[in-house]
Ligand binder design. Structure first.
Ligand SMILES: [Zn+2]
Length: 217
């Protein structure tokens, strides 16, 4: 189920309402690039949404979400891994802030667990890995972020990469093949947010940058 899609003509992303007003029934999924169909327009039980069709591999569908910590890698570079560990150590609080911004609040203990998971997999040794990818990788390791018990989250969500990724390191080593985005997905509502992977470690979310652009005079 998805509530956002890309218009076939303009290639722009819009929500379900826009497609209903324009009377367009077919669109493209922003994650898997497949055609999706507007459904349940006149249903009282279900609100209108986009449907992927049977047997879709799209990661916006809960059952297709991968366990990212188990994704294979193609090569290791232990020397680079040593350097990266130092860099991460020096920037650990910034990384924590970046994770925090992406998932609307992260407890220190949750953060610690994600680092432990990454330690166990020795992900720091994956060839070519750079500091700016660390916050995204860590939140991909978290199964589901619940709204319950959180003052900041309106709904539960999880993060995914596009479905075609085979090796984790393809994300940063073959950038032209793997979309440089992560998607925030609600199990009930589909895509909530499309987040561009930043090419530097920068914890400030885009909404904050936009909102504060003209704050100081
Ligand atoms: Zn899709």
């Amino acid at each position: 189920m998805s509530y956002f899609a890309i218009d076939l003509d303009t290639k722009e992303m819009h929500d379900v309402k826009w497609f209903q007003i324009k009377r367009k029934k077919i669109a493209l999924c922003p994650i898997c690039d497949n055609k999706i169909e507007l459904r349940a327009e006149n249903s009282l039980m279900t609100s209108a949404h986009f449907w992927h069709g049977k047997n879709s591999i799209c990661t916006s569908i809960k059952k297709n979400r991968k366990k990212y910590e188990d994704l294979p890698f193609s090569q290791l570079d232990k020397e680079a891994g040593k350097k990266l560990r130092k860099e991460i150590k020096n920037n650990l609080y910034t990384i924590f802030l970046a994770c925090n911004a992406l998932c609307e609040g992260l407890k220190y203990l949750e953060f610690k667990e994600l680092i432990i998971k990454a330690n166990e997999k020795a992900i720091w040794d994956y060839k070519g890995l750079k500091l700016n990818y660390i916050p995204y990788i860590l939140i991909l390791f978290h199964d589901i972020f619940y709204a319950k018990g959180s003052k900041l989250r309106d709904e539960k969500f999880y993060f995914v990469l596009e479905p075609s990724i085979k090796n984790f390191d393809d994300l940063w080593n073959i950038k032209k093949n793997i979309k440089q985005y992560i998607w925030k997905i609600s199990p009930d509502k589909g895509v909530l947010e499309i987040i561009k992977i930043k090419q530097n470690l920068d914890p400030v979310p885009e909404w904050f940058k936009r909102a504060t652009e003209k704050l100081l005079i």
